[in-house]
Design a protein around this ligand. Structure first.
Ligand code: ADP
Ligand code: TPW
Ligand code: MG
Length: 573
């Protein structure tokens, strides 16, 4: 005999967080357990969420960011207080820099103790630290506010320019209880978190007028265009206008890199020569030489005009004057342009397109000749040629790419055929995204992942190969092993026992790391060996790491951005 039926059913903070996420269609958490969120990970799994546990929070954070980019839903990273939070913060800030939506949920210590700085377990004023480093930051103190907190975090991450949001959940919150019915009623299902933003008609007309008068127009597609999932509109824009286009690295594949209007292999020519440039979800930051200087020289340097499509109005004029800003979401802006072009839009002058495609085809022929060579040891080209062919045969595979030479060569050699299949170092050129991005790509798409990793780059997240094995993910990591950062040949000028700062242990066997956790390791010294190991990885979908031995002399300092290294003007006497 009990009176249970009379006592109201209760719900705790743990379950309110889980229910709030689930209510909003969020089904995966990337994190590292510990006080105070261990039970949150257990309960989330028990409630049917996918909980992917990492070895370090930075990689969980990177996974959340990549999941956000791929799905247009904020990826969720979950960390413990102070050190776990800080470990995740780099990823949150990187996501914000890349305009990827994610939410870093971190447990935190007791406010009363933290604020009086009385030395709590893992004490830190996390909200204050996160605030300047992400798009928005919130803290929830009462169980009945969890619904609002999660809703605000989702809306902040997704609306306007997407970005990273910090959600601070103090330990005490999880244990709080409230009546279950009231708890359920307090949750919010976010309606239309990324509303369409229709561009003003006069801004569309201004852009069309400018394009119409162009003699040497160019379209530049950025990763904002890839994120927007307006693939058909973008294709229509390119093909209706007939304008040559250049994809930024993560916009590769929006149209296949083999598309007739691609100007990728004539990049320096088109940037220097274009008279009207239409930017679609691409910022004029360092990756585009700030829209000025030698890269953008040529005869039209003084008169070149830019049209910029972006959802963030304050992006406009950030580096150079934008003659025709088009503010809105990419789908709405691009479809408005296409509608305005009508059915008999005049294609750009043939002397312009002809000159581009002639240069491009010449450069592609030159590259084909280089790719056909098979030097021993392998160089970047001969190894990447293998991957290039595999991706051509499996265009649905996702390519993750980091390093310096390994990044720059892969970006230009490995053609992409489908949208959002390439994930890389992004706006910061950050090392360490490799395994986190790979894990997220495999988890959210179920497709095979090929991670093309410099040996240094791989080291930043290498321990996560255990995570890849634990979840049996179809990830094939290819370490471009040239014994170091950029090259393996630097020597200590003093003749001392320490090696030079840029070189690693010679002839390291990264493949053994994967074998240690039950995955497949392969050691490849020729394109044939690389080919058969990669083919087998794609076929079997088993976690695989291929140690690809690359000529240690083949790379250059900082890959293609050597010029960003400061050089001293001081003369040695
Ligand atoms: P890339 O590095 O490829 O050049 P950036 O990250 O510099 O690209 O630029 C992406 C831009 O896309 C950002 O300015 C961002 O505000 C914008 N953006 C992101 N999503 C959308 C969207 N749905 N509609 C319009 N602009 C968007
Ligand atoms: C978080 C600086 C840029 S590229 C790179 C480093 C350390 C590694 C290049 O060597 P790798 O590639 O990967 O072996 P390769 O083919 O040229 O030999 N810390 C962070 N981010 C960056 N960008 C760096 C350091 C860097
Ligand atoms: Mg290297």
């Amino acid at each position: 005999m009990t009176n249970d039926t009379q006592s109201p059913e209760m719900i705790d903070g743990f379950h309110l967080v889980i229910d709030a996420l689930k209510l909003n269609g969020i089904d995966t958490i990337f994190g590292v357990p510990g006080i105070p969120i261990t039970d949150l990970t257990r309960m989330a799994q028990a409630e049917g969420m996918r909980v992917i546990s990492f070895r370090h929070e930075q990689h969980a954070g990177n996974a959340a960011a990549a999941a956000g980019f791929l799905t247009q839903k904020p990826g969720i990273a979950l960390t413990v207080s102070a050190p776990g939070f800080l470990n995740g913060l780099t990823a949150l800030t990187n996501a914000t820099t890349n305009c990827f939506p994610m939410i870093l949920i971190s447990g935190s210590s007791e406010r009363e103790i933290v604020d009086l700085q009385q030395g709590d377990y893992e004490e830190m004023d996390q909200l204050a630290i996160a605030k300047p480093l992400c798009k928005a930051a919130f803290r929830v103190l009462h169980a009945e506010d969890i619904g609002v907190g999660v809703a605000r975090a989702i809306r902040a991450a997704l609306s306007g320019r997407p970005g990273g949001v910090y959600l601070d959940l103090p330990a005490k919150l999880f244990a709080q209880t409230m009546e279950a019915g009231a708890g359920k009623a307090s949750l919010i299902k976010v309606v239309d978190p990324a509303p369409r933003q229709i561009p003003a008609p006069d801004s569309v007309q201004r852009a069309l007028d400018l394009l119409k008068g162009a003699k040497r127009p160019l379209i530049l597609l950025g990763k904002g265009a890839a994120y927007a999932q307006a693939d058909a509109d973008i294709r229509a824009l390119v093909e209706t206008s007939g304008i040559p286009y250049l994809p930024m690295s993560m916009a590769k594949g929006l149209l296949p890199d083999t598309h007739g209007q691609s100007a990728s292999a004539a990049r320096s020519y088109v940037l220097a020569e274009a008279d009207v440039v239409l930017l679609v979800g691409a910022r004029l930051n360092w990756l585009l030489s700030h829209g000025k200087g030698k890269t953008w020289g040529g005869p039209n340097a003084a008169t070149r005009q830019f049209i910029q499509i972006d959802i963030a109005p304050t992006e406009i004029d950030s580096n150079v004057a934008i003659a025709a800003p088009l503010i809105g979401d990419i789908g709405s802006c691009v479809s408005a342009l296409v509608a305005g072009m009508g059915s008999n839009w005049a294609k750009p002058p043939a002397d312009w397109t002809g000159a581009i495609y002639e240069r491009r085809d010449k450069n592609l022929a030159k590259m084909a000749a280089t790719l056909a060579l098979s030097p021993s040891p392998m160089n970047f080209h001969s190894a990447l040629n293998v991957i290039r062919n595999v991706v051509k045969a499996r265009p649905d595979a996702i390519v993750v790419n980091e390093g310096a030479n390994t990044l720059d060569f892969a970006r230009s050699i490995v053609d992409m055929y489908e949208p959002r299949k390439r994930l890389d170092v992004g706006t910061w050129g950050i090392m360490g995204i490799g395994m986190g991005f790979s894990i997220a790509a495999a988890v959210v798409t179920g497709k095979p992942v090929i991670a093309i990793e410099g040996d240094s780059a791989f080291g930043f997240s290498g321990m996560e190969v255990e995570t890849i094995c634990r979840y049996n993910l179809p990830v094939c990591v290819i370490v471009f092993n040239n014994n170091g950062i950029y090259r393996g040949i630097d020597v200590n000028p003093t003749g001392g026992a320490d090696v030079a700062p840029t070189v690693f242990v010679k002839n390291a066997r990264y493949d053994k790391m994967m074998e240690a956790f039950g995955g497949v390791g392969a050691h490849a010294t020729t394109p044939q060996e690389l080919q058969s190991a990669l083919d087998e990885a794609i076929r079997s979908e088993k976690p695989t790491l291929i140690n690809a031995v690359i000529d240690e002399t083949a790379g250059t300092e900082s890959g293609r951005i050597t010029s960003l290294n400061p050089t001293s003007a001081a003369k040695k006497k």
